[in-house]
Structures are given as structure tokens and as C-alpha cells.
Design a protein around this ligand. Structure first.
Ligand code: A2P
Length: 279
């Protein structure tokens, strides 16, 4: 048998890294304010995730090392495309460049989605609160488009607090369009969505019908009064929290004070917390 000495002498080809991010194509970009924008990417067939999870996404750099940050998928698990909702930080290492993407550009997508803002980390309950500030609405944008959310809960309260009125637009648009989404209409029913999903918005730095932080509205009971429901109760209520570090800490304190126990994938309980901020 002849053995090719050429092959034997050649230096071994570098092994491809099975965990290396894939290059995805930007399909759509929408700028909401000078601080917020949303975009959609192609989704590889092999990319599986649970609604509410996050993944690393980013851009290549001249030094050959990509810059990656954790981003929640804002689209649900069944969507053919991937949606993200991002802050723009003028001197942020990633978002200063990411905010300039246009359809056709490439964005790096990690291969390992993960996270605790998932339905499986919560015990069954009656009412699900999703407390969000700023881009912290992203995982909930995914979950309110997941039929299972409506199967598991009788009532879903999505709260969104932003500094400015225009920053609420992404969530408002989404909630308004949701009952007409063909898959949601088919799997859940437009009327069921309208009846179960409540969108509670507040703005802290501009005039608006409600101008308090969500923590204040929990403390003074106004949130529950406005919704016409009893205060947080571990028997009936489940809570998911997503926002800045300070917001997570302060809102988690309210959940604990109400007697709710923190859950995880390994040990489902009554509330879950996750940070979903770039830069
Ligand atoms: P405020 O305007 O009073 O700071 P940010 O863009 O800084 O993440 O803030 C988004 C929203 O979250 C703002 O309305 C902000 O209110 C609110 N917020 C900031 N910190 C907290 C906190 N610790 N608890 C509750 N809400 C907060």
C-alpha cells in the first residue's frame, strides 16, 4: 500500500472550534430612540433555545478576538428569525459599533443559549408578573410570544418602566400586534391573549400617567390597586425580573419581602432574576 509522504509531512490543519460563534446576517433594524434599537438575524437550524434565554452575540475585532456580550433573545423559540433589543452606549465597546449595523451585515451568534428567565424555573401559579426596565423587556418579548406562557398562567402582567415615553414604544408595538400574530391567534387565540396579558407601563423622567419606579408602585400598593388584584402572594403569584443591576436587586428585595422563594432551572420556585444588559 502506498503511503503519501506529502500528507504525512504537512502540518496538521487547525482544528475548527465547535463552540465558535456562527456568522449570521442582519435582516432588519429599527431604531426607537437615540438609546434603543431592535434588530433581527438569521437563525441557524441547529440553534435551539427556550423562550426567555440569552446568548452571546457580537462583532469581530481587528485584533482577531471577537467582542461578545450576553443578549436575551426577544423572539420566541418557534420564530425562524432571531430578534434582539439593544441599548446604544456611545463609547460602549460593542454597542457603539453594533448600533450601526444594517441589513446584509454580519453579526456573530454564540452557540450556547442559557438563562433562568424560563417558564421551567417557576412552579405553577395563577398570575405571572414580568417586571422589566429599559431593554430588560427583551426576554419577556420572547415569553409573551410563547403559547406555553398562556397555558401555564391565567394572568400575565408585563410591567415596563423607562426613563422616557419613546422608550416604551418597542413593547407597546409588540403587545398591540400580538393578538393578530397568526401563530399566536391559532395556538392561543386572540381573545385569550387580550384577556390574559396586561401591559403596565411607567415613565420616570417625563410626564406620563404613571411616573414612579416599579419598586415604588409595589411598595405603595398602587400597582395592585391599578390592576385590581391583591398584593404579591407566594400562593398565587410568580415573578420574573429583568433590568439593571440596581433594579434587579431592589425588585428582588420586594419579591423576598412578599415571601416568594427564588427559583432556578435545577430547582423551580416562585421568582427568577436575570441581568440582560450589554456594556
Ligand atoms: P429612574 O429614572 O428613577 O432612574 P436605566 O436606563 O437607568 O436602566 O433605567 C430604566 C428605568 O429603570 C428608569 O425608569 C429608572 O428610573 C428605573 N430604575 C433605575 N434603577 C432602578 C431601581 N433600582 N429600581 C427600580 N427601578 C429603577
Amino acid at each position: 500500500m502506498a503511503i503519501s509522504t506529502d500528507t504525512a509531512a504537512a502540518s496538521p490543519a487547525p482544528k475548527p472550534n465547535p463552540n465558535a460563534p456562527t456568522e449570521e446576517t442582519v435582516l432588519w433594524v429599527k431604531h426607537y430612540t437615540d438609546r434603543l434599537f431592535a434588530f433581527r438575524l438569521t437563525r441557524p437550524q441547529s440553534f435551539r433555545f427556550r423562550s426567555g434565554e440569552f446568548v452571546m452575540i457580537g462583532l469581530p475585532q481587528d485584533n482577531g478576538k471577537p467582542i461578545l456580550r450576553a443578549y436575551s433573545m426577544a423572539s420566541p423559540f418557534w420564530d425562524e428569525e432571531l430578534e434582539f433589543f439593544s441599548i446604544k452606549v456611545p463609547d460602549g465597546p460593542l454597542t457603539s459599533r453594533l448600533q450601526k449595523i444594517e441589513p446584509g451585515d454580519k453579526v456573530l451568534l454564540g452557540k450556547k443559549p442559557t438563562g433562568t428567565l424560563v417558564l421551567d424555573a417557576l412552579l405553577p401559579g395563577k398570575r405571572l408578573y414580568m417586571f422589566s426596565t429599559g431593554t430588560g423587556i427583551a426576554p419577556f418579548a420572547s415569553l409573551i410570544r410563547d403559547p406555553e406562557t398562556y397555558e401555564r398562567f391565567d394572568e400575565i402582567v408585563l410591567t415596563h418602566t423607562c426613563r422616557e415615553v419613546a422608550e416604551l414604544e418597542y413593547g407597546k408595538e409588540l403587545v398591540a400586534k400580538l393578538p393578530e400574530d397568526p401563530l399566536i391567534a391559532d395556538m392561543v387565540g386572540s381573545d385569550v391573549v387580550r384577556q390574559k396579558l396586561r401591559h403596565y407601563t411607567t415613565v420616570t423622567r417625563e410626564p406620563y400617567p404613571r411616573t414612579d419606579r416599579i419598586t415604588t408602585l409595589i411598595d405603595n400598593g398602587k400597582l395592585f390597586e391599578d390592576l385590581g388584584v391583591p398584593p404579591l402572594d407566594p400562593e398565587t403569584d410568580r415573578v420574573m425580573i429583568c433590568g439593571s443591576m440596581a433594579m434587579l436587586k431592589d425588585t428582588k428585595e420586594r419579591a423576598l419581602k412578599a415571601g416568594l422563594v427564588e427559583g432556578s432551572n435545577a430547582s423551580p420556585a416562585q421568582f427568577v432574576v436575570e441581568k440582560a444588559f450589554a456594556d
